[in-house]
Ligand binder design. Structure first.
Ligand SMILES: Nc1ncnc2c1ncn2[C@@H]1O[C@H](COP(=O)(O)OP(=O)(O)OP(=O)(O)O)[C@@H](O)[C@H]1O
Ligand code: SF4
Ligand SMILES: [Mg+2]
Length: 332
């Protein structure tokens, strides 16, 4: 059996930006946003891998590219060992069943004109899975109850506007669950929910992982949340992975200066060392104008000459611990 559900190799996703007439025609300037700039990443079967980074770092674009919702510029994306073949309809049909997405805002992802029963059953229809009305109701109730909406029958004939934000997010989870996916991209799935609902939804993800061996790419700004629920964490900055390793390693002993700035505000259980908060100077550069050398050098507190000249590769510095820095070290 192949161990990874997803393998990303040398993935680049560049967007060309529309400009004014003068720039485009007279100056012949093309502006390119390097949203994802050559990344390698694997997600194991039955693991939650969190992708953490500040706004605009390329997290959503990465997740969308895996699900074939964003076009790649270059590189390969393998699903369960095979390159995703967009041209093969039969393959894509199965792929859409096995790989699903949960969005940040369930208002946008749920069709306001459909009742819950039709929203949750829609993937069955899209997959052309033929079942009786009675079986459809049974399946939808089971999915709703798994997502914590109990009794499921009480929700079948409601419209999205008749549900709370947390209930809507559970409906989108039930929609995703009805086809028992092997892999889910969860893009900031709890950032709009209050703390108690948030905890329940996160528990649900963990139970899907444990009971059904579902793999997750969990996208978040919130490192504390990532540490709580994931097996591994990858830190992204300006389109690149800066550091990757087990959740405990990243939270407690990361070595990239950017990861250390992010973790300096985390209170890790059992870690009694007094850490100083690392405040990064300056703004994040534009992905249309990525600094030469190490792309983090304009904000790095330990930047040296070499950093401005050559870009560090993401290297495995100990088993399962990858860092993209010429001088990985504890700075705090
Ligand atoms: N369709 C598009 N056309 C042009 N630029 C895009 C497009 N989609 C994303 N981008 C740009 O790519 C970069 C990465 O965007 P992305 O949405 O992946 O970031 P993110 O890490 O998910 O950010 P956030 O945390 O704010 O959701 C941003 O600079 C964004 O403006
Ligand atoms: S390569 Fe240099 S600039 Fe980049 S993170 Fe490491 S020390 Fe900082
Ligand atoms: Mg995003």
């Amino acid at each position: 059996m192949y161990n990874n559900i997803v393998d990303i190799q040398n993935l680049k996703i560049y967007f060309q930006i529309r400009q004014g007439f003068v720039e485009e025609v007279i100056k012949r300037e093309k502006k390119i946003v390097k949203a994802v700039d050559n990344i390698d990443l694997s997600i194991k079967k039955g693991e939650i891998l969190s992708l953490v980074g500040e706004s605009g770092s390329g997290k959503t674009t990465t997740g969308r590219a895996i699900l074939q919702l964003a076009k790649k510029t270059d590189g390969k994306i393998l699903f369960d060992g095979d390159e995703i073949n967009r041209k093969d309809k039969k393959y894509m049909h199965t792929f859409r069943e096995r790989a699903q997405m949960i969005f940040q805002d369930p208002y946008q992802s749920l069709n306001p004109k459909f009742m819950v029963i039709d929203i949750v059953a829609e993937p069955l229809q899209l997959m052309k899975i033929k079942i009786s009305q009675e079986e459809k109701i049974k399946k939808v109730i089971k999915a709703l109850e798994f997502a914590g909406l109990k009794p499921g029958k009480d929700y079948l004939y409601r419209y999205p506007h008749e549900l709370s934000g947390g209930q809507r997010q559970r409906v989108s989870i039930a929609t995703c669950f009805i086809v028992s996916p092997d892999f889910i991209v969860a893009d900031e799935p709890v950032s709009m929910l209050d703390a108690s609902v948030r905890a329940d939804i996160l528990k649900l993800f963990v139970s899907m992982k444990e009971q059904k061996d579902t793999s997750f790419l969990f996208i978040t700004h919130d490192l504390a949340l990532a540490w709580l629920i994931s097996d591994r964490i990858a830190i992204m900055y300006l389109g690149k992975i800066m550091e990757m390793g087990s959740a405990d390693l990243i939270a407690g002993s990361c070595l990239h200066p950017y990861s250390q700035a992010l973790t300096s505000v985390l209170a890790v259980v059992g870690d009694k060392r007094k850490k100083k908060r690392i405040v990064l100077e300056g703004e994040t550069p534009s992905p249309m104008n990525i600094p030469k050398g190490c792309r983090f050098h304009t904000r790095c507190p330990i930047c040296q000459k070499k950093c401005k000249q050559s870009e560090p590769e993401l290297k495995e510095i100990s088993s399962g611990h990858f860092v993209a820095c010429h001088f990985p070290q504890k700075i705090n």
